[in-house]
Ligand binder design. Sequence first.
Ligand code: DGT
Ligand code: CA
Ligand code: CA
Ligand code: ZN
Length: 580
Amino acid sequence: MENSEIARVFYEIADLLEIQGGYRFRIRSYRNAGMVVEGLPEGLKNLFEKDGEDGLKGIPGIGESTRAKIIEMLSTGKCKYHQELLKEMPVGMLEIIKVSGVGPKKAAFVHKELGINTIDELEKAAESGLIQNLPGFGEVSEQKILKGIKDLKARTRQFKLSVVIPVAQSFTQYLRSVPGIIDIVPSGSFRRWKETVGDLDILTTCKDSRPVMDHFVKHPDVREVLSKGETKSTVVLASGLHVDIRVLEKKSFGAALQYFTGSKAHNVALRDRAKRMGLKISEYGVFKERGEVWVVGNKEEDVYKAVGLPWIPPELRENRGELEAAEEGRLPAQLQYSDIKGDLHVHTKESDGAYTLEDMAEAAMKMGYEYIAVTDHSKAVGIAHGLDEARLNAQIRMVDEYNDKLKRQRKKFRVLKATEVDIRGDGTLDHPEGVLKKLDCVVASVHSGFGMGMEEMTNRVIKAVRTGLINIIGHPTGRLINEREPYQIDLEKVLSEAKKYNVAVELNSYPDRLDVNDVHCLLAKQKGVLVAISTDSHSIYHLENMIYGVHTARRGWLEKKDVLNTRSLKELMKVLKGKG
Ligand code: DGT
Ligand code: CA
Ligand code: CA
Ligand code: ZN
């Protein structure tokens, strides 16, 4: 079981206990355990396999009884206690309690009185007026429940970050024209560069809030105004995305920015720390003396300073050990866009790209890069017009000629001879060894047979690694955000093997992929495997997607030294030659 699955079981136990009216202390300890497990950088499974039960000792927030359950889940794939609770309560109740206006008590009540087991049943009952007649409910609360259900359904939709960025830009620009507006800063998961965003949270300061709110709800993309107040409003856009706006006092802007940037788990941990120091942090500021004396709040940096920490970059605020790292002065040095010296995954017209080799190279030069690797598909990827050996040989000659031309022009830039060779179903590579050996850089990727079992897929990719012919594993999990789940693959095993063969893993920056993801980056770093941040560009306009990769890498704690393509051309060539 993965950490995320174990965490989900703990969260569900907490929710189920709450519906049953269980002890608050127990409920909190399960919820806490869920949060801790979710934030661990290393797989519990891995720790357990390595060191047995000892490997699971000493994790803060994991007590005797939750540890026993982790062991049970890792050994049997199940948690008996969780299943027993589910026998007493239908699983749909877990969703019902997420509806605003329906707490665990009310959920238990409608279940008992009306036999409601799912959110759809609750919606139907509310629509037909059955809820308002229950004691303690009434017409108003029935309407509130209906609205809560609608909101929940919209809220649980996740939007790709690349879809939300233009929305944030549009609102920021749009709000600038309001007289008296001072700050406009998108916060929340957006500011943390999470790969998907639930809703957009915009913070503002201004002289007078009324014109800000009036203008906000009139943005041309707004489909519905869910609420409009003096300090907070919420709208729904035509796309279904919710946008929140808050107007804040300058005095508490930093504290609010810290609070609304999240993540929730990071904030909880930060507030605990403050409490231990006799301080209280809220969205209004940092307070001392039982929360009565305001200390700081206008700058975000001051909030962290007040609890003895340096400012923590938003990408790291996921409660994955960033507070401890900050305290000990070992936060990662932030990877910069300008650290990136080239792009190692780029397609041209030869396969399924839209531009020529020259076009791609010129665009890369304009970005200030030192190199690109031209990695067209191999023949197995038929729909992409993949190259066979003869065509690849022809491309190699083309690249040599082009590089000669660059040399004559005294340009420092170079095109690397490369390929994105398909890893076939049986783990063999889709080009013969001879031609692969002529290349500077070999990216190897899976493009078919996604339904394979975990073991087969893992062995397939490992077999490719063991050829000693490849430099980079391309889009290692094959997922497409919101469209296709990652294929089953044991990345820990693949990474261990990659380390032995000096193979890097790709962080594919195409915003629909972001593959590997942030958590995988952490894992690669731990294993000492380099990450190649590449764009998989099929057009000159895709090269700038590198920004998504850079921020995802930051979320995964990567530094300049952990990233292959921060190397100068000379250094890069040394690494690439050391494969196998
Ligand atoms: P999202 O919108 O689901 O992608 O994720 P966020 O992180 O933007 O979450 P959102 O929009 O619900 O809330 C924005 C931030 O506000 C969140 O990151 C942390 C803060 N926040 C919201 N609710 C709570 C809460 O109950 N406790 C604490 N400590 N912080 C909260
Ligand atoms: Ca949000
Ligand atoms: Ca929000
Ligand atoms: Zn590919």
